[in-house]
Design a protein around this ligand. Structure first.
Ligand code: OAD
Length: 250
């Protein structure tokens, strides 16, 4: 727990902020208009993930992959954070909140969340196609400028979006596991929990802390052990979450 010490009329007040860790997936951005991957009308129902989200796919048809991500990058300019993103940002007034997200959008940041950890990359960044993790090549890139064949990264290789494709090293996993282990409250929102290693984070939370999962649907692989299911869309579910967390305080 983090301690905040204030002095009020010469009295020392110590306020303990609980660590609230929130693990999000595509479902939290669905009500902003960004499609999920595996629901009806989901992205991977329409497109072949192995062609558009793998190194092999990029080598085979880089133009198709760039077209796919350029469209998603452009779409990000047209969407706004929704109530769920804003409520999580607002919770920073009461809790020490960390968001761990599989999403490549920037809606948590735009809603005002200050600690956001991306596991699967970020649409607003680009990198080298020779070495995705080369820090000299990772940079922010305007969303309204398409990434074109022939655009070069700092190492001279073709520029590519900073996205973790299938089979690639997932960013920040050690940090994410550590944060989940240290959580006082753990919340999962809008993820099917089928993509590993990220999905395995649910197993790192301490068994005795409160754990909530917000998702309007039954979980394909069953509710993880010890979680309360708030069966609602994210925007409605976060209000119920806040109610339940207020109950914990009483
Ligand atoms: P999925 O599409 O697999 O799962 C979305 C989840 O959101 C499902 O459990 C839905 O029931 C739920 N959902 C749908 N609408 C919702 C709403 N309005 N509010 C709350 N929940 C809702 O998406 P992810 O689990 O995020 O990786 O997918 C994981 C990874 O697979 C993604 O990060 C992406 C994809 O391949 C990469 O692109 C690297």
């Amino acid at each position: 727990m983090e301690l905040f010490v204030y002095f009020c009329r010469n009295k020392k007040l110590v306020i303990m902020q609980q660590k609230l860790v929130v693990f999000t997936g595509a479902g939290i951005s669905a009500e902003s208009g960004i499609p999920t991957f595996r629901d009806k009308n989901g992205m991977w129902g329409k497109y072949d993930a192995m062609k558009l989200a793998s190194v092999e796919g990029f080598e085979e048809d880089p133009q198709a992959v760039l077209d796919f991500y350029n469209a998603r990058r452009k779409n990000l300019l047209e969407v706004e954070p929704n109530h769920a993103h804003f409520v999580l940002a607002e919770l920073e007034k009461q809790y020490d909140v960390t968001i761990i997200t599989q999403n490549v959008d920037n809606l948590h940041e735009r809603a005002g969340s200050s600690k956001v950890i991306h596991l699967h990359g970020e649409l607003f960044k680009v990198t080298s196609s020779r070495n995705r993790l080369d820090s000299d090549c990772i940079k922010e890139y305007p969303l309204d400028v398409p990434i074109c064949l022939g655009d070069k990264a700092a190492d001279g290789s073709q520029l590519r979006p900073y996205i973790v494709w299938f089979g690639e090293y997932v960013d920040n996993m050690d940090l994410a596991e550590h944060l989940v282990k240290m959580a006082d409250i753990f919340v999962v929102i809008g993820t099917s929990l089928v993509v590993y290693p990220a999905a395995g984070l649910v197993n790192y939370a301490h068994r005795e802390i409160p754990k909530y999962l917000i998702d309007p649907n039954d979980m394909k692989r069953g509710l993880p052990f010890g979680f309360e299911h708030i069966k609602a869309k994210a925007a409605e579910g976060v209000d119920e979450l806040v109610r339940r967390m207020e109950e914990l305080e009483k």
